[in-house]
Design a protein around this ligand. Sequence first.
Ligand SMILES: Cc1ncc(COP(=O)(O)O)c(C=O)c1O
Length: 459
Amino acid sequence: MANRAIRDVRLPNGLLFLFKKAIFNVAWGNTPVFFYQKVNVSRLFQTDSIEAQEIYLDNHATTAVDPRVVDAMVPMMIRQYANAGSITHEPGRRAARILEQAKGQMLELLGTPQGDLVFTSGATESVNLALAGVCLHPRQKRRSLLIGNVDHRAVLDCARKLHKSGLSVQSLQPQQCLQVQSSESQESSTPIGAYRIESLQEHLSEDVALVSLILGNNEIGSLQDMRPVADLCHSYGALLHLDATQAVGKIHFDALSTGADLVSFSAHKFYGPKGVGGLLICNDQVKLTPQIVGGGQQNNLRSGTLNTVGIVGMAKALEVAVAEITTELPRIYQLRQQLWKRLQSGIDGLKLNGPSWLEDSRSPRTPLERLPGNLNVQFPSVDGQSLMLRVPSVALSSGSACSSAEPQPSHVLLGIGLSEDQARCSLRFGIGRFNTASQIDLAADLIISAYKELVDFVG
Ligand SMILES: Cc1ncc(COP(=O)(O)O)c(C=O)c1O
């Protein structure tokens, strides 16, 4: 009936299409926006006064795209837009050459020029490809996977799924706060949130196919020397995968010297675009079974048209991050110190969650125990969410971006030995490239006064 009515109106083809679409939208309860509102995309980029006053301190969740990255991406959209798989024509071959160049550059910058790199949609996909790809490979004889207990949900949930399909999954407990306090006299204690080598040894066996650990915890910033971890894994014939999503572009990262076989990362964490990432393959013995099948792109390891715009942006973002790390790392380190000191001076009893750091350590070469831009603190007797609501102009979070809307306390904070109450009284700060010293002071002052108001309010 509806179709007949439309045909009777005898509209030109284009209008007929719009008209049919409107009827369809109305029928399905959608609003036919194009009738009354022309979407003005440029309006979305105008900064209003509220936005201009915002202080973004959630750089673990994501980062702004650096304007230099945008400049590198634009020509890929409007000139080199051909499909890199269309090698029957020159524009396609040109796009393929650009991608090869970007890949070679990234492999160099990540310290593994002889390695391979699979482009993905981001770290979640890379992690899935690493874990399921290794464990479910038809020639994989080993039936066990070992993961870190305070790792990102991309790893935990993928491991859970693999467990359901019959794989044995074990998880390592990280170093907890109390363990560190009781072993303060020992010289080389493992940073809070990192994994003890002895504990790894207890869990390793000839049946473990893969060990997956986080490098740079996304909530408490814990870092650790992965070389001994890799050596131990290899002595049992197990592979090591690092979820280095928070570390790549933020610290000096050299894949070969970590000894890892696989490394996951994501461009939007280092001032590149969202929706693109990579899985680095440092060992040519690694066998992966693809998780996304289709057109056979990337040697069948990950089908789907290559995201030329995103990949070029990611390569540029990595180039900028690596070029500037020597100056950027101590700057961010200094800002974190400033924030911590200012908050501490205004809030009695404020506690640090996660590893401490050397206050005089400004050298970018000093081994770090914590991501330089990360600060996670516990506010005495005040709920973190309530505090956040009182400082709407400061963008922070109470945990990982994917679980920050969840009411339950962070598994990372519980995992390092905090009580549920302590975890609920905690907030995470992520300082990044575009933050300034005056923003840090302003954010700290706003938080201190909001905290005091809440304390007064509660009595
Ligand atoms: C440590 C870690 N791993 C994995 C991910 C998932 O990354 P993506 O958003 O690119 O899928 C994140 C994102 O927050 C992360 O912090």
